[in-house]
Write a protein that binds this ligand. Sequence first.
Ligand SMILES: C[S@@+](CC[C@H](N)C(=O)[O-])C[C@H]1O[C@@H](n2cnc3c(N)ncnc32)[C@H](O)[C@@H]1O
Length: 232
Amino acid sequence: MALRESGGIAPPDPGQELRREAFSRLDESDDRLFYAKDRFVDHLDTIALATVEQIIGDVITQTNPVILDLMAGWNSHIPDRLHPSRMVGLGLNENELRQNKALSEHLIHDLNRDPHLPFPAETFDAVINTVSIDYMTRPVEVFSAVADILKKRGLLLIIFSNRMFPQKAVKIWKESSEEERVLLVEGFFQQSGAFGETTVIVSRGKPRPKEDKYAFLGIPSDPVYAVYARRE
Ligand SMILES: C[S@@+](CC[C@H](N)C(=O)[O-])C[C@H]1O[C@@H](n2cnc3c(N)ncnc32)[C@H](O)[C@@H]1O
């Protein structure tokens, strides 16, 4: 319970309790344990992955950009034409990061323990986060930290779909509709107070590849949503 400076007892903050609950997970154990297992898998079907690559290539317009892949695995979905001059991957699985061919360097860093990003100010042209925002327990702090290490007018690009590890996704993400998730991510940008207007890209209803393991369900390709904004 918080104590006021006057010595009185402050009333509990119901907002703080709600926020804690909203960003709780079924599995609250150390994230490094869950991600210690190598997962050399595709998190989306091949058509959705091609869409992700196209969005990254279209939205990042600098020549030879310096890019940070936040919550990176073995694949950063960087199109060949982008040619980053430096590409850093930050994540939790050493083997996956080491085998990620797009990266020029990588580091292990748990964002839920420490949302601060260990880079000098104005290092990156773009920071990307692909199919991982569902696992951030302190997103607004992370978005603020990203703004600090982006160059002026640098870009933060968040891409997500509707698949997830349910035990590690935060409660509010799991309980939101896909449309509400777009609003949630836009809210993270706004609450950080560090970014300009957000742009949203939605790709839904493409046919699922015939060879995909879920093709027998008759469902379309995994949806892809992107929300991005520039540092103000
Ligand atoms: C679904 S995978 C996505 C990997 C990759 N971004 C991609 O597009 O394939 C989720 C990734 O988030 C990373 N991750 C999860 N929790 C994290 C945390 N607390 N701090 C940093 N990275 C985390 C994991 O290492 C894992 O690679």
